[in-house]
Ligand binder design. Structure first.
Ligand SMILES: C[S@@+](CC[C@H](N)C(=O)[O-])C[C@H]1O[C@@H](n2cnc3c(N)ncnc32)[C@H](O)[C@@H]1O
Length: 395
């Protein structure tokens, strides 16, 4: 299918859905009782996202928020509430029916919030060529849209163009655990249903890094559906566009605390737990942001950490046999690859088969935020126990 053909198919699908109020797509997890206090039902009824705009929790009064694929406007209106009357919200969508509904309700929402005029503007445009000025948004949000865009590489580059240096994005989207096959890609109906255009996590995150973003990591994920053995997940990712120029400072050090024994960041820098690593000011800035800040000690003098130090974090597997049950660990960042204390190497976005013993390790509080877990077993498993060597490594 051509670029224009896909865009038209998707636009027709959502125009039809908005006109009829049809329910499509995925679980979101909004608090609708709260939203109903200021957003009209006609907007809430056509909420077609696949996450909640978790990034909005970080929004500060007065900021500018850009919503890519704003639909009926649900996330823009929530952003409007959070940035306050001095802030600004811009929603971009390609579908006229969606824009009409969103624009019609903007003054109603403003009145409900007690604002003199609406601080939300809905602009018609494509995610691949957004009608938005360079370096103008503090935060980009998007809810279940980029999977529908025929040219995701362009979307990621556009995001980088319009985000101000020092800005951030939080995107919820549908992704897959493996490449979506051609019989999905060329199925018109499946485009509108957020299946044909789903990228696997490694390609999605890779596209964002290629566009210039750093520190990309999962905020949350939920299983959505399994079709023909392909796992479709709803994932919310955050990442940063770092400030361009930073005062040059060679005197900073970063010591990895754990739980990983080794980690490599997006610029190729490797860190070993407990060993201080000299880092440039830009990296130190990034490592002081979420979620790195709990993983590193950033200091002006090198700090070596011993295993006896209470800040040293290592989670060892149980020294007992394990069982293979079809579990796969999908590492989601914020590094490109990490190692655990049982010598597993996890590459971002690439599922790794793990046994019951490793699953237990990755389900601990320290590891859980960095992984999406999937189970590919389709039938009951009568797995026999596998003995581990004294050093622990059976898988
Ligand atoms: C699944 S709906 C999500 C709408 C909204 N974000 C929400 O949470 O309700 C997808 C929306 O993105 C828009 N859209 C899809 N692809 C787009 C593109 N390439 N450029 C601009 N808008 C697009 C559609 O018109 C539709 O309104």
């Amino acid at each position: 299918m051509s670029y224009d053909g896909i865009a038209q198919t998707v636009s027709d699908r959502y125009a039809r859905a908005a006109a009829t109020g049809e329910q499509i797509c995925c679980p979101t997890g909004y608090n609708f009782d709260d939203l109903r206090t200021f957003i009209p039902d006609e907007v809430l009824k056509i909420s077609y996202g696949c996450g909640t705009p978790a990034g909005l929790e970080t929004v500060r009064i007065g900021e500018t928020v850009l919503d890519i694929g704003s639909g009926g406007g649900i996330d823009c209106f929530e952003a409007s509430r959070r940035v306050g009357p001095t802030g600004r919200v811009i929603g971009i969508d390609m579908t006229d029916t969606m824009l009409d509904i969103a624009r019609r309700h903007a003054p109603v929402v403003a009145a409900n919030l007690g604002y003199e005029t609406s601080n939300v503007e809905f602009r018609k445009g494509m995610a691949e060529s957004m009608p938005v000025e360079d370096d103008s948004a503090d935060l980009i949000i998007s809810n279940c849209v980029i999977n529908l865009a025929p040219d995701k590489r362009k979307v990621f580059h556009e995001m980088n163009r319009v985000l101000r240096p020092g800005g951030r994005f939080t995107i919820s989207d549908i992704v897959s655990d493996q490449p979506v096959p051609q019989y999905f890609v060329h199925d018109t109906e499946k485009w509108g249903n957020c299946l044909s255009g789903a990228l696997r996590v490694s390609d999605y995150v890779g596209g964002m890094v290629e566009a210039g973003f750093l520190g990309i990591h999962q905020v949350k994920f939920t299983q959505w559906q399994v079709i023909d053995g392909i796992h479709f997940l709803s994932i919310t990712l955050t990442g940063y566009k770092l400030p361009e120029a930073m005062e040059h400072n060679n005197g900073l050090f970063a010591t990895l605390l754990g739980p990983f024994s080794r980690a490599t960041d997006e610029s190729g820098q490797s860190y070993r737990r407990g060993i201080p690593q000299p880092v440039p000011a830009r990296t130190a800035h990034l490592l002081s942001a979420l979620p790195y800040q709990s993983l590193f000690l950033v200091s002006e003098t090198p700090v070596i950490l011993e295993p006896s130090d209470p800040r040293w974090l290592a989670i060892l597997p149980e020294q007992k046999p394990c069982v293979w049950k079809g579990d796969y660990a999908l590492f989601t960042g914020p590094f490109t690859e990490v190692e655990d204390d049982d010598d597993h190497l996890y590459q971002r976005g690439i599922p790794l088969e793990i046994c019951s013993k490793t699953l237990k390790v990755l389900e601990t509080d320290a590891y859980r935020p960095h992984f999406a877990m999937i189970n590919r077993a389709t039938a009951e498993i009568s797995g026999t126990q596998v003995a581990c060597s004294p050093s622990g490594g059976c898988c």
